[in-house]
Design a protein around this ligand. Structure first.
Ligand code: IVH
Length: 662
């Protein structure tokens, strides 16, 4: 039987390769499924012949509690960016000044998530995410489900390859269509969808997402006898890895590279995967070594980032939406168009003044683009294309949802609906409370909350914790079966154990977002202490200004809010800070300010590292500051620190100190 199992494995590996890498299947789906079924059955009947790299693993199965952290053998670096021809030219000029004429390789910058995969004795061993570049997470079970990735290769030594796991556009569209049907939150783009899928603890879910991967980097390629990047791509290809051969090309100067960039710019939306730019690398390893690295990025490679695509369409109408604070936002209804790869029917208009300033009229031809390639916005109108039928927009006097009068404070750019019972406000505030950065209750997105609110099951935040009284009704409602109901209940139950800052962020206190919530939670530790805080106590806290302080006082002054908190308490919602264990270090207890542009860490990474070590990070320098860490182009904050005799250190010194600590 062992022979049959082995034969099936070899054949299925080969079929996977032909179908998913070569795009040339030699067997019908039906016959493939038959063989796979046979193998699954045989493996179940003969567990003694189990193989963690069997093709049956591509359908997933194991469920984890968490991902293990793994330190990368070599750090996973990111690249510097250029945004136009001139910047690209100066990148090339610098190189050529230093080492003379070179050969470059330019390739698609795949918009997915970076991955390191290792093999030993011809077998897949492990897949690790980039993480912070030094330590990533072991997501092997999920990456194994990527059909095009070989589990066995014809190279016996220790091998690490790097590349990008991405979600093909087709898989993305299918996934979002399914999620829409189920009333689940949609993924904004292929990258988020790929990241969300790789972070699934249940590998069956990851397997169902249709992920793929391109492999574009062979660290220390010399070990394998390569002397340049392009040959390493071809070597990886010969081992059965999917490399983007069609769009990885050699060039001799900036103009050739630029022509390739223009070619990709023209066809990027026709590609079956998302790209967000072009990566340019010096081909020869010897030259790469000569050029070396800056603190964070190689000097021999750079990423050209595409500008946001702009297109014209017709603004058919303007409609208003109401947020959880009652803020009323105008939106443009557009004649649908394809923009940056997705169909767009709506765009942000921000506020009344913006509509007036840009002279945007209903019926206008408008130019739209996606801000950060995600949220569509109207850039400008085209008055010269008017035909006399366009009409200026008159901002309504009442809330589009509850029809109460709306107000605009002179200092505010927005109108507000101040009816606290406005259904739109209720729905948005419950959904905000449940959202990922707040109480993280899965399965309670805006659409679900809206439906539950309409049925009368959710009228306030605290109703979330009483939802089980409607069990029968919920389970018999279309689109919400027993299983999703159970999942929802589990998620609600888990949310009771969140640390105080999550709850504070979720309550919708004016001016209190995740940052202020964290500061308040750390300072007051319990909800009761915060509720009893005086104006003076609040204002004493650095980074909490008078407006925020007033917002907090107003919130807790309101009887309805105090009652809500009482009910949450009764429901068992945690009202205290759950402190992560602080690692004692040089930074513990220090008040630290970061300034200038950091090169080794991102701002967020540096902040998180410091917080983990028990430091508080604040944004302004005063005599109470203990330390200022500065990067390039540090300005007034560094000057002030020096004037006040506050200790300062460079980012490199910071890094060294951190390493001392390990
Ligand atoms: S090369 C040392 N090539 O872009 C060189 N990166 O900021 C390592 N990426 O984190 C990267 N496509 O996730 C390289 N063809 C490509 C790429 C690529 C996408 C990503 C990668 C990296 C980021 C660079």
């Amino acid at each position: 039987m062992k022979e049959r199992i082995e034969l099936l494995r070899t054949r299925l590996h080969q079929y996977n390769y032909e179908y998913h890498v070569l795009d040339k299947p030699t067997i019908s789906d039906l016959d493939y499924d038959k063989l796979l079924r046979e193998l699954i059955d045989l493996e179940a009947a003969y567990p003694e012949f189990a193989d963690p790299n069997s093709p049956t693993q591509k359908v997933g199965g194991q469920v984890l509690d968490a991902f293990d952290k793994v330190e990368h053998k070599r750090p996973m670096l990111s690249l510097g960016n250029v945004f136009n021809y001139d910047e690209l030219k100066s990148f090339c000029d610098k190189i050529e000044q230093e080492v003379g004429q070179v050969e470059y390789v330019a390739e698609c910058k795949i918009d997915g998530l970076a991955m390191s995969v290792s093999y030993l004795q011809g077998q897949f061993v492990q897949a690790v995410t980039r993480g912070d570049g030094v330590v990533g997470e072991d997501v092997s079970l999920n990456v194994k489900t990527v059909r095009s990735l070989p589990m066995k290769i014809d190279y016996q030594g220790d091998l690490e390859i790097r590349g990008e796991i991405y979600m093909p556009k087709k898989s993305f569209e299918k996934l979002n269509a399914e999620r829409e049907k189920k009333g689940e939150e949609l993924f904004a783009n292929c990258r988020n969808a790929a990241a969300g899928s790789i972070r699934q603890l249940d590998s069956k879910v990851a397997a169902s997402r249709g992920l793929d991967g391109f492999w574009y980097h062979l660290p220390d390629g010399e070990i394998y006898g390569m002397d340049n990047h392009y040959d390493s791509l071809m070597w990886m290809k010969s081992l059965g890895f999917k490399v983007n051969e069609k769009y990885s090309r050699k060039f001799l100067n900036v103009d050739e590279i630029w022509a390739f960039i223009e070619e990709l710019t023209a066809i990027r939306y026709d590609l079956p995967y998302d790209i967000d730019g072009v990566v340019i690398k010096v081909n020869s390893y010897a030259t790469q070594r000569q050029l070396g690295f800056t603190s964070r990025t190689p000097k021999w490679a750079v990423a050209y980032k595409f500008p946001a695509e702009e297109k014209e369409t017709i603004l058919e109408d303007i409609f208003l939406t109401v947020g959880r604070t009652g803020k009323i936002t105008p939106n443009a209804q557009l004649t649908p168009l394809f923009l940056a790869g997705t169909k767009v029917g709506f765009a942000q208009l921000h506020n009344e003044d913006m509509i007036k300033e840009k002279d945007i009229r209903i019926g206008d031809v408008v130019v739209v683009r996606k801000a950060g390639d995600i949220i569509p916005e109207v850039v400008r109108s085209a008055p010269d294309k008017r035909n006399g039928t366009q009409v200026p927009y008159v901002f309504p006097k009442e809330c589009p949802v509850c029809h109460h009068q709306i107000y605009r404070d002179e200092k505010e750019a927005h109108y507000f609906c101040i009816n606290p019972d406005c259904p739109a406000r209720v729905v948005e505030s419950i959904a905000h409370f449940a959202s990922r950065d707040c109480m993280n209750i899965d399965g309670l997105g805006v659409k679900k909350v809206e439906a539950f609110h309409q049925m009368g099951w959710l009228n306030a935040i605290e109703d979330i914790y009483r939802i089980s009284q409607f069990e029968t009704e919920i389970c018999t409602t279309s689109g919400f079966g027993e299983k999703s109901y159970r999942n929802l209940l589990n998620s609600i139950e888990a949310s009771k154990q969140n640390s105080l800052e999550k709850l504070l962020n979720g309550l919708g206190i004016r001016q209190v977002g995740d940052k202020a919530a964290k500061i308040l939670a750390n300072r007051f530790v319990t909800m009761d202490a915060l509720m009893n805080a005086s104006m003076d106590e609040l204002q004493e806290i650095r980074d909490i200004g008078p407006i925020t302080a007033q917002g907090i006082l107003d919130f807790f002054h309101e009887e309805g809010n105090r009652q809500m908190i009482e009910r949450l308490k009764e429901a068992g919602v945690n009202m205290e800070v759950l402190r992560a264990k602080v690692e004692e270090s040089f930074f513990t207890g220090k008040k630290v300010v970061l300034t200038g542009s950091l090169a080794i860490y991102t701002r967020k990474e540096a902040e998180q590292l410091l917080e983990k070590l028990g430091a508080t990070v604040s944004s302004s320098v005063s005599s109470k500051t203990d330390l200022v860490i500065y990067g390039e182009n540090a300005g007034s904050k560094l000057d002030k620190a020096r004037k006040l005799n506050v200790a300062v250190m460079t980012e490199e010194e910071f890094e060294a100190k951190l390493n001392e600590n390990q």
